[in-house]
Design a protein around this ligand. Structure first.
Ligand code: SER
Length: 588
């Protein structure tokens, strides 16, 4: 049974049990800044698990885009992935343990034809909050799972997500499949990794509150999750996920590009396949994430760069369209399930190509430097200064340095690096703040005007170039303004001209500039632009220029844009990776 049939059977089965299929949420959470990516199918459903009625009703099912990146550097074996799909079904205060377990059993044994002899389950053995889950164990028994294949385990195994995280949670029952040609042992042994977990049914009945207490949720919910990659390889009888129908053609494509065989290059080919797939899904997401040095953008950057490094190991001609070929295959494979892949095809391909070009430039220099540094190492240790230099001057993410060093049995002082990294961030923030606080070297009339003009420039860049353009620094003298901003490309002549025209139009319109004090929280909520949020006091000043711009800022500013002269962009150049610099002057 291939992954397409599995997906379809799964959804049809739960529809036949009264579930409504809901669309996959974006992989970057829409309303949850506490996590970078959706890591489980239930994450977008938290408000409904907490009690809010769901517009589709109380029985839901889906396939959900998920990303887990905490073990990104582990990817390369046959079973770990960064991106994966989770098949899920939910009861929002509707059915509970009996139906959930019975239907899981029915799907696995009747639809997926798994012999009962290959199954084992675990249930919760109880703690201070809830007693042992005999109810679930009894349902399993009634379905024909013998006692020797039912194991009661504690919080570490049968409580989801864990006892530390806050939010909806509860005891679960996990289903295991014996994946081996060996004789199946009578007794289930959690230490025996021939038993692989295929499904997790969580009885989400509690909320773990911020104060550490557990309270009953208004409704007893069920949340189940089954990884599509895992169940596909189980049902197709392969031990290596990359040999399943999900990956086979992608791996064959990489074999074709490299002229090498998978069996001799497993790790590198898996990394290329996995990371390009993840990069495709992240960059096609409606959130519009681009490679950068923070948050999701940094993960995206690491994924693409790691894929490129392994492509180099396989002697792929990096300047060829190899990444495009792999990405297009992935887009075609998934576009019927995730139309955003096709809709954003150009964006995806551009992200990959741009990042490849950027990385290529830094890598050449960085690798030379890396070799120079390591040739001098005699005690198997790279100190923090060299690790930092590779990061700061050559754009090497620390993970890359560590991984390359590991191949040479060199240990990197990662802790020292982190300290240096933090100190460096503080200095550059403080430096920027100094400039920003006064905003100006001196606050003469002309400097004040330039200061207001930077706000207009900041707003115009967002309209003309990209909403992702954010201020990264500014410096003003009586002669000119300098403005640094995040941007992934050199501005075209047309963009420069349009930015200039828009700023000048706003100047002609004579827009009033207002100043308002408000709590920092409210300012951020209102969408006001700010550079370093953590550096601001609780009450901040927001300068607004009509509807055109709102920024947290110390001022001073002119009171109407008509006081400004027209601006002219004199220069637009790279400032550092992902940051551009504009120099502009008043002309008349
Ligand atoms: N939330 C549970 C998991 O991720 C079941 O869906 O395993």
């Amino acid at each position: 049974m291939n992954s397409l049939e599995i997906r379809e059977k799964y959804i049809k089965f739960f529809e036949s049990k009264g579930h409504k299929q809901i669309p996959s949420a974006p992989v970057v959470p829409e309303n949850d800044p506490s996590v970078l990516f959706n890591t489980a199918g239930m994450q977008p459903l938290v408000p409904y698990l907490m009690g809010q009625p769901h517009p589709y009703g109380s029985r839901l099912c889906d396939y959900q885009k998920c990303m887990r990146t905490n073990d990104l550097d582990e990817v390369g074996d046959g079973t770990h992935h960064t991106f994966f799909e989770m098949l899920g079904n939910w009861s929002l205060g509707d059915y509970f343990k009996k139906e959930s377990v019975t239907w899981s059993f029915e799907l696995l044994t009747k639809e997926f034809n798994i012999p009962v002899e290959r199954l084992a389950v675990t249930v919760f053995k109880g703690n201070d909050i809830v007693p042992a889950d005999d109810e679930t164990a009894n349902v399993w028994r009634s379905l024909g799972i013998p006692d020797s294949r039912i194991r009661y385990l504690g919080e570490d195994d049968n409580w989801w997500p864990n006892m530390e995280l806050t939010g909806p949670c509860g005891p679960d029952t996990e289903i295991f499949y014996f994946r081996s040609d060996d004789e199946i042992p009578q007794e289930y042994d959690p230490e025996d990794d021939r038993w692989v977990e295929i499904w997790n049914n969580v009885f989400m009945q509690y909320n773990h509150n911020e104060d550490g207490t557990f309270t009953e949720l208004p409704k007893k919910n069920v949340d189940t999750g089954m990884g599509l990659e895992r169940i596909t390889s189980v049902l197709e009888g392969v031990n290596d996920n990359y040999k399943s129908s999900i990956w086979k053609d992608v791996i064959e494509k990489i074999e074709e590009i490299t002229n090498l065989s998978y069996s001799e290059n497993e790790k590198a080919m898996r990394i290329i396949a996995d990371h390009i797939r993840s990069a495709v899904f992240i960059s096609a997401d409606p959130s519009g994430i681009k490679p950068s040095n923070t948050d999701q953008g940094y993960i995206l950057r690491r994924l693409i760069r790691r894929a490129i490094r392994y492509a180099k190991k396989l002697n792929i001609d990096i300047d060829s369209n190899w990444e495009e070929e792999v990405a297009l295959m992935i887009i075609n494979k998934y576009k019927n399930f995730y139309p955003e892949l096709e809709e954003n095809r150009k964006v995806v391909l551009d992200v990959l190509k741009d990042e490849k070009n950027k990385f290529n430039r830094t890598l050449e220099h960085g690798l030379k430097e890396f070799e120079k540094i390591t040739s001098k190492i005699v005690d198997g240790k790279m100190d923090k200064d060299n690790a930092f230099r590779l990061y700061d001057t050559f754009g090497f993410p620390i993970e890359l340095t560590v991984e390359l060093a590991k191949e040479m049995n060199i240990e990197v002082d990662e802790k020292g690096f982190e300290e240096k990294f933090k100190a460096h961030q503080e200095i550059s923030r403080a430096g920027a703040k100094e400039k920003f606080k006064g905003g100006l070297a001196s606050t003469g009339e002309i400097e004040t005007k330039y200061h207001t003009a930077t706000h207009l420039l900041n707003a115009a860049l967002k309209v003309i170039v990209s909403p992702d353009c954010h201020q990264k620094g500014s410096n003003i003298t009586a002669e000119r303004m300098r403005f640094d901003f995040s941007c992934d490309h050199k501005l075209t002549d047309e963009e420069k001209q349009k930015v200039e025209e828009l700023v000048n139009k706003w100047i002609d319109e004579g827009i009033t500039v207002t100043k308002e004090e408000m709590p920092k929280e409210d300012a951020i909520k209102s969408g006001a632009e700010c550079m370093f949020i953590e550096k601001y006091p609780d009450i901040v000043t927001v300068y607004k220029i009509g509807d055109v711009s709102a920024e947290l800022c110390g001022g001073p500013h002119v009171s109407n844009t008509s006081e400004l002269s027209h601006i002219k962009i004199k220069k637009e150049e790279a400032c550092s990776a992902g940051i551009r610099r504009i120099k502009a002057v008043f002309v008349d």
